[in-house]
Design a protein around this ligand. Structure first.
Ligand SMILES: C[S@@+](CC[C@H](N)C(=O)[O-])C[C@H]1O[C@@H](n2cnc3c(N)ncnc32)[C@H](O)[C@@H]1O
Length: 202
């Protein structure tokens, strides 16, 4: 989907991805410490706002102007606007407003393999010594019996494609694994496989 399609999708009062922070972001990032974070493809800002409430200065970089406008209003309403900035750019070619950062987050950026690898490498360049990169995606493993997320394998990363993306970045993998879980569907709880990454710059 291009930025225009995302803008159309986000053009509703409702928060498409809710205002509730993602549970994997919380699980892996709650004990990380630092000053500045980038939430790459942060959309309407559910994770950015949670990070800001947790003490981070957050830059949400997303190519949807509509999503970023919703995020800034959300941050204002949650009284963390002074800790939140928006930067409307493409994940494959962005230049951050503030660099380096102590934490980079990529949540559910389901784009073609080569573009995702470029985005990961680009974000990695901005991770400070001792800083972390956290990523979460619908996994390609989810195609075999799992529910939720896109069905196109090209936008579903694997342990191998993420490992390849990190090669040469200087980041060390702390966790890179498929997590079995469940998601709520109209037919009740169904199995779902989520790929999570935590990497660190020594
Ligand atoms: C599934 S949403 C996830 C949003 C947010 N990370 C979350 O977890 O709520 C994917 C986001 O990626 C953004 N996106 C997709 N392709 C992008 C690109 N090439 N550059 C920047 N943002 C992109 C979309 O605008 C959208 O906000």
């Amino acid at each position: 989907m291009d930025s225009k399609s995302w803008d159309e999708k986000y053009s509703t009062e409702e928060f498409i991805y809710t205002k509730t922070e993602n549970r994997f972001v919380v699980e892996y990032c709650k004990n990380l410490h630092g000053k500045r974070a980038i939430d790459l493809a942060g959309g309407e800002g559910r994770n950015s706002v949670w990070l800001a409430k947790s003490g981070w200065q957050v830059e949400n970089i997303d190519f949807s102007e509509v999503a970023l406008a919703k995020y800034l209003q959300f941050a204002e309403a949650e009284q963390v606007a002074q800790h939140c900035t928006a930067n409307c750019q493409d994940a494959t070619s962005f230049i951050p407003q503030s660099t380096p950062v102590d934490l980079g987050v990529i949540a559910y950026l389901q784009i073609e393999e080569n573009k995702l690898q470029t985005a990961i490498r680009r974000l990695s360049q901005h991770i400070a010594p001792a800083g972390h990169l956290f990523g979460v995606w619908h996994s390609r493993e989810n195609l075999a019996g799992g529910f939720g997320g896109p069905r196109d394998p090209e936008v579903l990363p694997t342990v191998e494609t993420i490992t390849e993306a990190l090669e040469g970045t200087g980041l060390e993998i702390v966790v890179l694994t498929n997590r079995d879980g469940q998601i709520q569907t109209r037919e009740g709880l169904k199995p779902s496989v989520t790929l999570v990454l935590l990497a660190k710059r020594p």
